[in-house]
Design a binder for this molecule. Sequence first.
Ligand SMILES: Cc1cc2nc3c(=O)[nH]c(=O)nc-3n(C[C@H](O)[C@H](O)[C@H](O)COP(=O)(O)OP(=O)(O)OC[C@H]3O[C@@H](n4cnc5c(N)ncnc54)[C@H](O)[C@@H]3O)c2cc1C
Ligand SMILES: NC(=O)C1=CN([C@@H]2O[C@H](COP(=O)(O)OP(=O)(O)OC[C@H]3O[C@@H](n4cnc5c(N)ncnc54)[C@H](OP(=O)(O)O)[C@@H]3O)[C@@H](O)[C@H]2O)C=CC1
Length: 479
Amino acid sequence: MAGTSESEKRFRFVVVGGGIAGVTCAEQLALQFPSEDIALLTAAPLVKTVTNFRQVSKTLQDFSVEEQPASILEEKYPNLKVIHSAVKGLHAKQHVLQTENRQVFHYEKLCLCSGARPKLLIPDNPNVLGIRDTDSAQEFQKHLSKAKRMVVVGNGGIALELVYEVEGCEVIWAIKDKAIGNTFFDAGAAQFLIPSLEADKPEKALPCKRTRYTTASKDGSGELGSALGPDWHEGISLRGTEEVSHRVHVEYECEIKTIYSQREGLQTVRTNSTDIVYAHLTNGKTFGCDFIVSATGVVPNTEPFLHGNNFELADDRGLKVNEHMLTSVPDVYAAGDVCTAGWEPSALWQQMRLWTQARQMGWYAARCIVADVLEEPIELDFCFELFSHITKFFNYKVVLLGKFNAQGLGSNHELLVRCTKGHEYVKVVLSGGRMMGAILIGETDLEETFENLILNQMDLSSYGEELLNPNIDIEDYFD
Ligand SMILES: Cc1cc2nc3c(=O)[nH]c(=O)nc-3n(C[C@H](O)[C@H](O)[C@H](O)COP(=O)(O)OP(=O)(O)OC[C@H]3O[C@@H](n4cnc5c(N)ncnc54)[C@H](O)[C@@H]3O)c2cc1C
Ligand SMILES: NC(=O)C1=CN([C@@H]2O[C@H](COP(=O)(O)OP(=O)(O)OC[C@H]3O[C@@H](n4cnc5c(N)ncnc54)[C@H](OP(=O)(O)O)[C@@H]3O)[C@@H](O)[C@H]2O)C=CC1
């Protein structure tokens, strides 16, 4: 790095964002260009690093995530400099970034990994909370510790985790759909999972192998932290004031219509004298509660710091990137939650804003930058061939492969299902006799075989329902 003045610095490569995408990208660049200095600019004081990385199968990956002080990353990569200051402006034509602490950074290649933030149903209401980073999780915990009842809106990952994990507080879960977990499951899988919400939770037999999140990471300055991820709730108490395990009531096919702060004139279905806010739903019912959680998705972090540049945005407001992770602005790449894949995807892959994809994109973006600088060709990485995700919901292992919900297949598909209550749920999506996707809940041990069958697109028409016959060792069958 050649400093041109106290507040002006020049780095060949600059990465913005200390989440999984940004850190992975910066690490790769530091490894590939050991004689160049790389700057990682981030709004949060801690950075996220991937540990215990395990390639489970060709495309399935599992790993732990640690929140670490920047110094640990800098010790590991002496040519990587982490600067804790939010970027407040980009002048892409001049290849210059400005940070909150009045520093100016010149770059040759830039990778934006600024993540996303909760898309709150009602912004700026102190009783409507979103959960994204350590600060917001702490705020949620503070509210919960005094609460008797909360309303959760949204039917995706966060809602699924919360309604199961929260104890000692009644949960009213308001969802738009006919079944729970619409972003991950179909109605059959939802049916399989529902009894877990009604039963008491099993004692946690084994300590969680992943990192617990520290809670003393920030100074309350309102800076954007990195997104929480797998097992974020393991390190914090998710307990309300009541003596119950779960008490979850699902209101199907409705949304929040209005939020009131006064009960006067409202016909409430449930109420306590301590209620602080009232959620009036589109089905006409009104629930009094201590607070509302809006788990209604995310919006990519592009504002306000990218304002004034000519970035092409996708419909979901992500930075549109091509198959080389390049945005519409020269020399500016993007990866992770902030970007939207703008290339023609493989027939078996779709973008979801997940930890795994943030890591894959960060890693691949770095490789694309390297190829660009060295003027070498590069092909879209294999990880974008097949969508794959391992996670846990309601204490079950969940594996999602390919078009697991027959996304984009219209009526041109058939489903095979095998279900043993309380044990496993296996669903396979077939189209023209070929396997296009699968949902595996429980310890099915089928992920590797199914991944292969999806990837090789073998014609399975002749096997019919035998494919899911539990008495056949399917692995041997296709050897
Ligand atoms: C509660 C919760 C649970 C989740 N659970 C899972 C899970 O089980 N499995 C899974 O796969 N995914 C999960 N996810 C999703 C996953 O965490 C995200 O997809 C992933 O972490 C995104 O990584 P990222 O690096 O793109 O963005 P982020 O982690 O959001 O990082 C963005 C970084 O950019 C920085 N930044 C933002 N603006 C600026 C700026 N102007 N200047 C400088 N820096 C800036 C931030 O400080 C942060 O360091 C979960 C998300 C949440 C919220
Ligand atoms: N284990 C895992 O893999 C986990 C992953 N995550 C990830 O973290 C991110 C944030 O999670 P989350 O907020 O749950 O986002 P998700 O995208 O997973 O889910 C958002 C949910 O909110 C619904 N929704 C959107 N707008 C409204 C509205 N106005 N009223 C009612 N419902 C609405 C969506 O319905 P519709 O789809 O119909 O729009 C969807 O059900 C996501 O990228 C998610 O994938 C989070 C937790 C766990």
